[in-house]
Write a protein that binds this ligand. Structure first.
Ligand code: SAM
Length: 221
């Protein structure tokens, strides 16, 4: 994502009631923030927040957290929340590398990755959000029944993401290489900003749904 510095965004984020300011202090206590025991779903790399806001509006019975690394992008989501407050949604400004400091074991029910940055150079592979390094973090914070949904139009990133599954001990539950022509997987699809842009250019959208393979004892514990 090309970033334009938005003056005052850091300060506005530090004061926003829609942003969790000290997320590490919330570890293992996220339900208290929402005041209910609804499932918790997170989007990593939420950008300007269209997807996560639409999800929160559609599913008031689910709690959502949108995670974004850059203030100048997150500020757009905050501005939208100021116009339309959604009680089941909060934002965090953080790098997803810190996920396991912020969420406890099995605290998250579902993770969404939408149009994650491709990091095309090999030496940056560990920074790709569907990499095995990130899959290990996701495994820790997801519930035993939890899963992860990933969408992208980047064919190379999708091929990489598929190759990472086996070494990381994850399984493919559903897959399409052309989401917008897959009637079944399009049911309940919620578009992201990037998805709208790239699909309108004619790019096919790839999507998978995956879950971590757990040992028998892990599953039952
Ligand atoms: N998900 C949105 C969509 O589909 O429209 C935005 C996609 S944009 C290409 C990727 C976003 O992920 C950027 O806003 C970027 O700052 C954020 N991002 C990338 N790596 C991240 C990380 N390690 N932690 C948090 N956010 C990250």
């Amino acid at each position: 994502m090309r970033l334009r510095n938005v003056a005052g965004s850091r300060e506005a984020i530090a004061q926003s009631r829609f942003v969790v300011q000290n997320p590490k202090e919330r570890k293992n206590k996220w339900r208290e923030l929402f005041g209910n025991s609804n499932p918790l779903q997170i989007e990593i790399g939420m950008g300007k927040g269209r997807f996560i806001m639409d999800m929160a509006r559609l599913h008031p019975e689910i709690n959502y957290i949108g995670i974004e690394k850059f203030s100048s992008v997150l500020i757009r989501g905050i501005q939208k929340m100021e116009k339309e407050e959604l009680p089941n949604l909060y934002f965090i400004r953080m790098d997803a590398e810190e996920l396991t400091d912020v969420f406890g074991e099995g605290e998250v029910n579902k993770i969404y990755l939408n149009f994650s940055d491709p990091w095309p150079k090999d030496r940056h592979a560990k920074r790709r959000l569907p990499s095995r390094e990130f899959l290990n973090r996701y495994r820790t914070i997801l519930t035993k029944e939890g899963n992860l949904e990933f969408k992208t139009d980047n064919q190379d990133l999708f091929a990489f993401a598929l190759e990472e599954l086996e070494p990381a001990g994850w399984q493919l539950d559903k897959i399409t290489h052309d989401l917008h022509h897959d009637t079944k997987m399009m049911e309940e699809n919620v578009m992201t900003e990037y998805e709208e842009r790239f699909s309108s250019m004619g790019n096919p959208i790839c999507k998978y749904i995956i879950s971590a393979i757990r040992s028998g004892t892990e599953k039952n514990s």
